[in-house]
Design a protein around this ligand. Sequence first.
Ligand SMILES: C[S@@+](CC[C@H](N)C(=O)[O-])C[C@H]1O[C@@H](n2cnc3c(N)ncnc32)[C@H](O)[C@@H]1O
Length: 326
Amino acid sequence: MSGPVDPLELATAYQRSAVVAAACASGVADAIAGAPRPAEAVAAACGTSPRATRALLGGLVALGLAGRGPGGYALSADGAPLASDHPASVAGIVAKEWFFYQAWAGLPESVGDGHARIPPWRDRLAADPGRSLDFLRALDDLAARFGGELPALAGLEGPGRLLDVGGGAGSHAAALARAVPGLEATVLDLPAVEPVLRERHPELAFVPGDLDQPRFGRPPTERWDAVLLANILHDHPAGRCQAIVATAAGLLVPGGTLLVYEWVLDDDGDGPPAVALFDLMMLVENEGGAAWTAPQLTTWLAAAGLTAIETRHGAGPIAVLRATAP
Ligand SMILES: C[S@@+](CC[C@H](N)C(=O)[O-])C[C@H]1O[C@@H](n2cnc3c(N)ncnc32)[C@H](O)[C@@H]1O
């Protein structure tokens, strides 16, 4: 981080997160997305407490996300994406962040005991598929905003067959398929994830699979020209990452390409700022998960017998590691 830092300003930053989350969750953001409305009308439309709604609207004005005119309150230009029907809506991302905020509230305990504060993904998916698929929709929204560098960094040349392992909503496979002529992209994920892939990227093929199974559950003869691990390795402990990379490498044809798309931590572990914070997200979210350094990722690729290993950094916190099967 550069510039002066005020610890007390940081200590109260949670209040701004809560205002944004409450505006989306209560329906207040949607209620003031069109024509201005008085506070009482917003409360009536949302079925919320008039006193609390008035306070929330004041908070939105204080943050510059809404304004008040003669007709009442309306989202400002900066606040407009809070509305769920805005073309670049962030409402799904806000809901995801609020879910994780509650895990972050346990960060002091995680620092003490080293454990995550929420159940593993597979348990969350079984217990609450609706929220879990919303999480994958939010990742797709984030990829649409920030994932644009992958095709250039990947440097794939078509035609060929790509397997996006743990591909979720299919954001990255879809971007590669759009960018590389003749590339046929398939998403592998847990069966319960298929509906979100069908909804967000129906142009892609889906195969059920499991990171915990030999060959991720795929048949012995199946081989792919390229395998993508996008935002997978940070969810898992180091020992498991090595096994996942080895399995992914074993699915490649000779000369095939393994791509690892990750939030890559500086070698000293202190930055870039977004990745240092993401590393803490992994601490509270995934047992044993972490943001890894490029040397650590490279070690796993080399241990899998891959060659020509390269790390390609984008302008943001994401990097792509690229390696070739012998
Ligand atoms: C952090 S998300 C990344 C999704 C996507 N690759 C992206 O970059 O947006 C992790 C993905 O791994 C999948 N996943 C988790 N455990 C899995 C398992 N045991 N087998 C297959 N996929 C799994 C999840 O369903 C989810 O789609």
